[in-house]
Design a protein around this ligand. Structure first.
Ligand code: ATP
Ligand code: MG
Length: 374
């Protein structure tokens, strides 16, 4: 296959901030970008040459979109399988729809990982009340019940603290097909962002540490400096899934030092945002290179880094003081062009670069705090 060269057009399914940062990388390298999303004036659409707004289920519009681009990728993994298939009639879709199909459904994803012999947190399938009662008895409490489909940022998850409250918990997520996971009393959370080319080439950004607040990523520290074997697990995942593009593997590091996979994201990931400023090739440029069959770029990290998310909550005392954040040396401000700052909504992030990861973390947190003082 011939590479898809600069001057060509890349299509993105999804309009969020991941697509925006991908579009920035693509336009910087001389590509044209078309986005497809159900909304208008999206974070990705603002950076694109062409923004198509239609429901993902509008397959004729999906086909027309794919006809006008040289390759299709996505930034939102809950794109329906039929949408990916319709796009694939007219342009290569990378990663393939089959990767989406596996990773957009927690149960399919877990069964894939289990079948591949990869480590993951103990889980049970819940389809009926009887399943639920047996699962809670089997795994014990606390446990976390997660919907099988369409979860993100902790949506569709509920913690079960006693067998008596299990049924109510299941009702609260719509009594739909779900996965019960043992609650992992982890030492910390880690992730590996990696990329794979059509020729099987593999590169990675090392192991980073992630801290969550209310089930939403809050801070990433890079490098983590522990559990380097996580990279080999990520490599195995990408080979077994035959991913072309970027994929993130989220891990729990147990107190005994063992690693368990939490979940996969078949795209650039929030925990890889630091690569935009800290690495020779960002995760977004890497995705572009992978899907366009260009050689993958150096993942070298030039300085230790820390990333802090800016959720809508940061607006609670009014518009944040952007200048205060910019006054910190080594801090970079990223905003996603979203108009409405709702609590829990990812509006932007800060990345700090410093001589040590400890200094980077301290700086990024101080910069965020300084922005919110009114
Ligand atoms: P995202 O797509 O944003 O990562 P998600 O909705 O898919 O979110 P998960 O990654 O499953 O959610 O969970 C979000 C966070 O909740 C985890 O990173 C972790 O902090 C916590 N969590 C989830 N499952 C467990 C578990 N089994 N044990 C302990 N903590 C958990
Ligand atoms: Mg997650």
């Amino acid at each position: 296959m011939k590479p898809i060269l600069p001057g060509s057009t890349v299509g993105i399914l999804g309009g969020g901030q991941l697509g925006r940062m991908f579009a920035i990388a693509a336009r910087r390298m001389g590509y044209r970008v078309h986005t497809f999303a159900p909304d208008v004036d999206t974070p990705a659409g603002q950076i694109s040459d062409v923004e198509i707004h239609a429901p993902y289920e509008d397959l004729d519009t999906v086909r027309a979109f794919a006809r006008n681009v040289d390759v299709v990728t996505f930034e939102f993994e809950n794109v329906p399988a039929a949408t990916a298939a319709a796009a694939a009639e007219f342009a290569p879709v990378r990663p393939a729809g089959a990767v989406l199909h596996t990773t957009q459904h927690r149960l399919r994803e877990k069964l894939f990982l289990q079948g591949a012999g990869l480590p993951l947190a103990p889980f049970r399938i819940v389809r009926t009340e009887d399943d639920l009662i047996r699962a809670v008895a089997g795994l014990g409490c606390p446990a976390i019940l997660k919907t099988a489909g369409f979860g993100y940022d902790g949506h569709g998850q509920v913690r079960i603290t006693s067998p008596e409250t299990a049924l109510d918990a299941w009702r609260s997520i719509g009594s739909q097909e779900a996965v019960l996971e043992a609650f992992i009393d982890f030492d910390r959370e880690l992730s590996v962002v990696a990329a794979r080319g059509t020729d099987g080439a593999f590169v990675h950004y090392g192991v980073v540490e992630n801290r969550h607040q209310r089930h939403i990523l809050d801070v990433t520290i890079a490098p983590a400096g522990v559990a380097l074997e996580a990279v080999e697990i990520a490599r195995a995942v990408m080979e077994k899934l035959e991913v072309v593009g970027v994929l993130c593997v989220e891990f729990f590091l147990a107190r005994d030092g063992s690693l368990m996979i939490n979940e996969l994201a078949p795209r650039p990931h929030n925990s890889g945002h630091f690569t935009f400023d800290a690495c020779v090739t960002s995760q977004f440029e890497q995705q572009l290179r992978a899907v366009c069959e260009l050689p993958l770029g150096s993942t070298e990290q030039m300085r230790p880094a820390a990333m802090a998310n800016l959720l809508g909550d940061v607006w609670s005392k009014g518009t944040p003081d952007w200048a205060a954040a910019c006054a910190f040396q080594g801090v970079k401000l990223h905003l996603y062009g979203k108009a409405e700052p709702r609590p829990g909504r990812k509006m932007g992030h800060l990345t700090a670069l410093a001589a040590t990861k400890e200094a980077a973390l301290e700086t990024v947190l101080a910069a965020r705090a300084a922005m919110c003082r009114s």
